[in-house]
Design a protein around this ligand. Structure first.
Ligand code: 3PG
Length: 307
Protein backbone atom coordinates (compact mmCIF):
# COMPACT_ATOMS: atom_id res chain seq x y z
CA UNK A 1 0.00 0.00 0.00
CA UNK A 2 1.32 3.44 -0.95
CA UNK A 3 1.90 5.89 1.87
CA UNK A 4 1.37 9.65 1.86
CA UNK A 5 2.83 11.80 4.64
CA UNK A 6 1.38 15.20 5.49
CA UNK A 7 4.21 16.98 7.29
CA UNK A 8 3.17 20.39 8.56
CA UNK A 9 5.01 22.12 11.36
CA UNK A 10 2.23 24.73 11.07
CA UNK A 11 -0.87 22.50 10.76
CA UNK A 12 -3.68 22.82 8.26
CA UNK A 13 -7.21 23.45 9.58
CA UNK A 14 -8.83 20.13 10.59
CA UNK A 15 -11.36 20.38 7.78
CA UNK A 16 -8.48 20.43 5.27
CA UNK A 17 -6.76 17.45 6.91
CA UNK A 18 -10.05 15.52 6.74
CA UNK A 19 -10.37 16.39 3.06
CA UNK A 20 -6.82 15.30 2.29
CA UNK A 21 -7.40 12.02 4.13
CA UNK A 22 -10.55 11.36 2.11
CA UNK A 23 -8.68 11.77 -1.18
CA UNK A 24 -5.63 9.77 -0.07
CA UNK A 25 -7.62 6.90 1.47
CA UNK A 26 -10.10 7.01 -1.40
CA UNK A 27 -7.21 6.17 -3.72
CA UNK A 28 -6.41 3.16 -1.52
CA UNK A 29 -3.34 4.71 0.10
CA UNK A 30 -2.37 5.10 3.74
CA UNK A 31 -2.22 8.62 5.14
CA UNK A 32 0.20 9.64 7.87
CA UNK A 33 0.16 12.93 9.72
CA UNK A 34 3.11 14.71 11.30
CA UNK A 35 2.00 18.05 12.73
CA UNK A 36 3.63 20.65 14.99
CA UNK A 37 6.90 18.74 15.03
CA UNK A 38 9.71 20.47 16.83
CA UNK A 39 12.84 19.01 15.26
CA UNK A 40 13.90 18.26 11.69
CA UNK A 41 14.87 14.74 12.79
CA UNK A 42 11.18 13.92 13.38
CA UNK A 43 10.49 14.87 9.77
CA UNK A 44 13.50 12.85 8.56
CA UNK A 45 12.25 9.79 10.41
CA UNK A 46 8.65 10.16 9.21
CA UNK A 47 9.66 10.34 5.54
CA UNK A 48 11.76 7.13 5.47
CA UNK A 49 9.22 4.75 3.97
CA UNK A 50 6.58 6.97 2.36
CA UNK A 51 5.91 7.39 -1.37
CA UNK A 52 4.69 10.96 -1.26
CA UNK A 53 4.86 14.00 1.01
CA UNK A 54 2.70 17.09 1.36
CA UNK A 55 4.43 20.05 3.00
CA UNK A 56 3.90 23.77 3.60
CA UNK A 57 6.95 25.88 4.50
CA UNK A 58 8.55 22.75 5.93
CA UNK A 59 12.22 22.24 5.18
CA UNK A 60 12.58 19.69 2.37
CA UNK A 61 16.36 19.86 2.19
CA UNK A 62 18.78 17.36 0.66
CA UNK A 63 18.97 15.32 3.86
CA UNK A 64 15.18 15.01 3.93
CA UNK A 65 14.93 14.02 0.28
CA UNK A 66 17.71 11.45 0.71
CA UNK A 67 15.98 10.02 3.80
CA UNK A 68 12.89 9.22 1.75
CA UNK A 69 14.02 5.90 0.35
CA UNK A 70 10.70 5.32 -1.46
CA UNK A 71 9.95 8.96 -2.09
CA UNK A 72 8.55 9.69 -5.55
CA UNK A 73 6.80 13.02 -5.16
CA UNK A 74 6.83 15.99 -2.83
CA UNK A 75 4.11 18.61 -3.10
CA UNK A 76 4.39 22.03 -1.51
CA UNK A 77 0.77 22.91 -0.68
CA UNK A 78 1.24 26.55 -1.57
CA UNK A 79 3.07 28.80 -3.98
CA UNK A 80 6.70 29.30 -2.95
CA UNK A 81 8.97 26.28 -3.24
CA UNK A 82 12.17 27.88 -1.97
CA UNK A 83 11.99 25.39 0.92
CA UNK A 84 12.58 22.40 -1.40
CA UNK A 85 16.09 21.49 -2.55
CA UNK A 86 15.13 21.09 -6.20
CA UNK A 87 18.58 19.91 -7.30
CA UNK A 88 18.51 17.12 -4.70
CA UNK A 89 14.97 16.17 -5.75
CA UNK A 90 15.97 15.98 -9.41
CA UNK A 91 19.07 13.94 -8.61
CA UNK A 92 17.00 11.45 -6.62
CA UNK A 93 14.30 11.29 -9.30
CA UNK A 94 11.72 12.87 -6.99
CA UNK A 95 9.08 15.05 -8.64
CA UNK A 96 8.55 18.37 -6.84
CA UNK A 97 5.32 20.34 -7.33
CA UNK A 98 3.53 23.35 -5.90
CA UNK A 99 -0.18 24.24 -5.99
CA UNK A 100 -0.17 27.70 -7.58
CA UNK A 101 -3.05 30.06 -6.90
CA UNK A 102 -4.73 27.93 -4.25
CA UNK A 103 -3.90 30.10 -1.25
CA UNK A 104 -3.47 33.43 -3.05
CA UNK A 105 -6.62 35.18 -1.91
CA UNK A 106 -5.78 34.53 1.74
CA UNK A 107 -2.35 36.12 1.29
CA UNK A 108 -3.86 39.09 -0.55
CA UNK A 109 -6.41 39.69 2.20
CA UNK A 110 -3.60 39.73 4.76
CA UNK A 111 -1.65 42.28 2.69
CA UNK A 112 -4.66 44.60 2.53
CA UNK A 113 -5.51 43.95 6.18
CA UNK A 114 -2.00 44.96 7.27
CA UNK A 115 -2.26 48.12 5.14
CA UNK A 116 -5.49 49.17 6.85
CA UNK A 117 -4.07 48.33 10.28
CA UNK A 118 -1.01 50.51 9.65
CA UNK A 119 -2.96 53.34 7.98
CA UNK A 120 -5.25 53.48 11.04
CA UNK A 121 -2.30 53.62 13.44
CA UNK A 122 -2.92 50.10 14.75
CA UNK A 123 -6.43 51.14 15.86
CA UNK A 124 -4.82 53.04 18.70
CA UNK A 125 -7.44 55.77 18.99
CA UNK A 126 -5.39 58.34 17.07
CA UNK A 127 -6.37 59.73 13.63
CA UNK A 128 -5.01 57.68 10.78
CA UNK A 129 -5.33 57.84 7.01
CA UNK A 130 -7.43 56.11 4.35
CA UNK A 131 -6.42 53.89 1.47
CA UNK A 132 -8.77 55.59 -1.03
CA UNK A 133 -6.87 57.67 -3.54
CA UNK A 134 -3.44 56.39 -2.47
CA UNK A 135 -1.02 54.84 -4.95
CA UNK A 136 -0.30 51.12 -4.66
CA UNK A 137 2.48 49.39 -6.57
CA UNK A 138 2.17 45.65 -7.08
CA UNK A 139 5.68 44.24 -7.35
CA UNK A 140 5.10 41.05 -9.39
CA UNK A 141 1.70 40.53 -10.92
CA UNK A 142 1.14 36.83 -10.24
CA UNK A 143 -1.70 35.08 -8.45
CA UNK A 144 -1.40 37.02 -5.19
CA UNK A 145 -0.67 40.34 -6.91
CA UNK A 146 -3.85 39.98 -8.95
CA UNK A 147 -6.01 39.43 -5.88
CA UNK A 148 -4.38 42.37 -4.08
CA UNK A 149 -5.15 44.57 -7.10
CA UNK A 150 -8.74 43.34 -7.26
CA UNK A 151 -9.37 44.13 -3.59
CA UNK A 152 -7.46 47.46 -3.68
CA UNK A 153 -9.56 48.55 -6.64
CA UNK A 154 -12.60 48.31 -4.39
CA UNK A 155 -10.85 50.61 -1.93
CA UNK A 156 -10.38 53.22 -4.64
CA UNK A 157 -6.57 52.96 -4.71
CA UNK A 158 -4.58 53.97 -7.80
CA UNK A 159 -2.89 50.85 -9.05
CA UNK A 160 0.47 50.24 -10.72
CA UNK A 161 2.29 46.99 -11.45
CA UNK A 162 5.77 45.88 -12.39
CA UNK A 163 6.33 42.38 -13.71
CA UNK A 164 8.78 41.60 -16.51
CA UNK A 165 7.08 38.21 -17.01
CA UNK A 166 3.57 39.58 -17.57
CA UNK A 167 2.65 41.58 -20.67
CA UNK A 168 1.60 45.19 -20.17
CA UNK A 169 -1.62 44.40 -22.09
CA UNK A 170 -2.69 41.95 -19.39
CA UNK A 171 -1.92 44.48 -16.65
CA UNK A 172 -3.77 47.25 -18.49
CA UNK A 173 -6.76 45.01 -19.17
CA UNK A 174 -7.09 44.51 -15.41
CA UNK A 175 -7.25 48.29 -14.94
CA UNK A 176 -3.72 48.84 -13.60
CA UNK A 177 -0.96 51.01 -15.03
CA UNK A 178 2.05 48.90 -16.04
CA UNK A 179 5.47 50.40 -15.33
CA UNK A 180 8.69 49.45 -17.12
CA UNK A 181 11.18 49.51 -14.28
CA UNK A 182 11.23 48.61 -10.60
CA UNK A 183 12.57 52.10 -9.85
CA UNK A 184 9.55 53.68 -11.52
CA UNK A 185 7.22 51.54 -9.39
CA UNK A 186 8.84 52.52 -6.11
CA UNK A 187 9.14 56.16 -7.13
CA UNK A 188 5.44 56.47 -7.92
CA UNK A 189 3.86 54.47 -5.12
CA UNK A 190 3.18 55.30 -1.52
CA UNK A 191 2.36 51.65 -0.85
CA UNK A 192 4.33 48.80 -2.45
CA UNK A 193 3.13 45.22 -2.04
CA UNK A 194 5.78 42.57 -2.66
CA UNK A 195 4.89 39.35 -4.46
CA UNK A 196 8.23 38.16 -5.81
CA UNK A 197 9.55 34.65 -5.06
CA UNK A 198 12.77 34.15 -3.10
CA UNK A 199 15.49 32.96 -5.46
CA UNK A 200 19.09 33.75 -6.35
CA UNK A 201 18.02 36.84 -8.33
CA UNK A 202 15.59 38.29 -5.79
CA UNK A 203 17.24 37.60 -2.43
CA UNK A 204 18.24 40.89 -0.74
CA UNK A 205 17.05 42.74 -3.85
CA UNK A 206 14.85 45.24 -1.98
CA UNK A 207 17.11 47.67 -0.19
CA UNK A 208 17.83 51.32 0.52
CA UNK A 209 18.35 52.32 -3.10
CA UNK A 210 14.79 51.36 -4.01
CA UNK A 211 13.07 52.29 -0.78
CA UNK A 212 14.50 55.79 -0.72
CA UNK A 213 12.68 56.47 -4.00
CA UNK A 214 9.25 56.01 -2.44
CA UNK A 215 7.15 59.14 -1.92
CA UNK A 216 6.29 60.58 1.49
CA UNK A 217 4.23 58.29 3.67
CA UNK A 218 5.89 55.19 2.22
CA UNK A 219 4.71 51.76 3.35
CA UNK A 220 6.33 48.52 2.22
CA UNK A 221 4.12 45.44 2.56
CA UNK A 222 5.88 42.09 2.45
CA UNK A 223 3.77 38.94 2.22
CA UNK A 224 6.42 37.32 0.00
CA UNK A 225 9.59 36.20 1.80
CA UNK A 226 11.78 37.94 4.35
CA UNK A 227 14.85 36.88 2.34
CA UNK A 228 14.04 39.31 -0.51
CA UNK A 229 14.74 42.25 1.81
CA UNK A 230 18.22 43.65 2.29
CA UNK A 231 17.81 44.23 6.01
CA UNK A 232 20.80 46.55 6.29
CA UNK A 233 19.12 48.81 3.73
CA UNK A 234 15.78 48.44 5.49
CA UNK A 235 17.29 49.66 8.77
CA UNK A 236 18.97 52.56 6.95
CA UNK A 237 15.60 53.69 5.56
CA UNK A 238 13.90 53.30 8.94
CA UNK A 239 16.58 55.60 10.37
CA UNK A 240 16.61 58.15 7.56
CA UNK A 241 12.86 58.40 6.93
CA UNK A 242 10.55 58.84 9.89
CA UNK A 243 7.59 58.47 7.50
CA UNK A 244 8.54 54.94 6.42
CA UNK A 245 6.58 51.89 7.60
CA UNK A 246 7.29 48.19 7.08
CA UNK A 247 4.61 45.51 7.35
CA UNK A 248 5.70 41.94 7.02
CA UNK A 249 4.17 38.48 7.18
CA UNK A 250 6.93 36.97 9.33
CA UNK A 251 9.43 38.85 11.42
CA UNK A 252 12.67 40.07 9.86
CA UNK A 253 15.96 38.96 11.41
CA UNK A 254 16.53 42.58 12.54
CA UNK A 255 13.15 42.76 14.31
CA UNK A 256 14.61 43.58 17.74
CA UNK A 257 16.29 46.73 16.44
CA UNK A 258 13.10 47.83 14.67
CA UNK A 259 10.92 47.13 17.72
CA UNK A 260 13.32 48.99 19.98
CA UNK A 261 13.76 52.10 17.83
CA UNK A 262 10.79 52.56 15.51
CA UNK A 263 7.63 52.17 17.53
CA UNK A 264 4.36 52.45 15.58
CA UNK A 265 6.07 52.05 12.21
CA UNK A 266 6.01 48.30 11.77
CA UNK A 267 3.81 45.23 12.03
CA UNK A 268 5.08 41.65 11.93
CA UNK A 269 3.08 38.45 12.18
CA UNK A 270 4.65 36.07 14.71
CA UNK A 271 4.40 33.15 12.26
CA UNK A 272 3.79 33.21 8.52
CA UNK A 273 0.04 33.85 8.50
CA UNK A 274 -0.80 34.77 4.89
CA UNK A 275 -2.12 31.37 3.89
CA UNK A 276 -3.49 30.52 7.32
CA UNK A 277 -7.21 30.36 6.54
CA UNK A 278 -9.49 27.33 6.35
CA UNK A 279 -10.25 28.16 2.73
CA UNK A 280 -6.61 28.36 1.71
CA UNK A 281 -5.79 25.20 3.66
CA UNK A 282 -8.62 23.34 1.96
CA UNK A 283 -7.78 24.65 -1.52
CA UNK A 284 -4.04 24.01 -1.31
CA UNK A 285 -4.17 20.81 0.78
CA UNK A 286 -6.78 19.09 -1.38
CA UNK A 287 -5.06 20.19 -4.58
CA UNK A 288 -1.81 18.69 -3.26
CA UNK A 289 -3.54 15.39 -2.44
CA UNK A 290 -5.18 15.25 -5.87
CA UNK A 291 -1.89 16.04 -7.60
CA UNK A 292 -0.24 13.15 -5.74
CA UNK A 293 -2.95 10.68 -6.72
CA UNK A 294 -2.90 11.91 -10.33
CA UNK A 295 0.85 11.50 -10.46
CA UNK A 296 1.05 8.09 -8.77
CA UNK A 297 -1.91 6.68 -10.75
CA UNK A 298 -1.51 8.36 -14.14
CA UNK A 299 1.93 9.97 -14.19
CA UNK A 300 0.41 13.46 -14.51
CA UNK A 301 3.09 16.05 -13.78
CA UNK A 302 1.26 19.37 -14.12
CA UNK A 303 2.79 21.91 -11.71
CA UNK A 304 6.11 20.09 -11.53
CA UNK A 305 8.73 22.70 -10.60
CA UNK A 306 11.95 20.71 -10.98
CA UNK A 307 11.84 20.09 -14.72
C1 3PG B 1 3.18 30.14 0.03
O1 3PG B 1 4.31 30.22 -0.49
O2 3PG B 1 2.27 29.46 -0.45
C2 3PG B 1 2.89 30.95 1.26
O3 3PG B 1 4.01 31.62 1.72
C3 3PG B 1 2.24 30.15 2.37
O4 3PG B 1 3.11 29.43 3.17
P1 3PG B 1 2.55 28.46 4.33
O5 3PG B 1 1.83 27.33 3.70
O6 3PG B 1 3.77 28.02 5.08
O7 3PG B 1 1.64 29.25 5.20
Amino acid sequence: MKKVLVATEKPFAKVAVDGIRKIVEGAGYEMRLLEKYTSHSEFLEAVTDVDAVIIRSDNANRELIESGKNLKIIVRAGAGYDNIDLAAATEKGVVAMNTPGQNSNAVAELAIGMMIYAARNHFSGTSGTELRGKTLGIHAYGNVGKYVAEIAKGFGMKLFAFDPFVSSEVIKKDGLTPVDTIEELYKGCQYVSLHIPANAQTKKSIGAELLKLMPKGATLVNTARKEVIDEEGLLKIFEERPDFKYLSDIEPDCKNEIIEKYSGRYFFTPKKMGAQTSEANINAGLAAARQIVDFLEKGIKTYQVNK
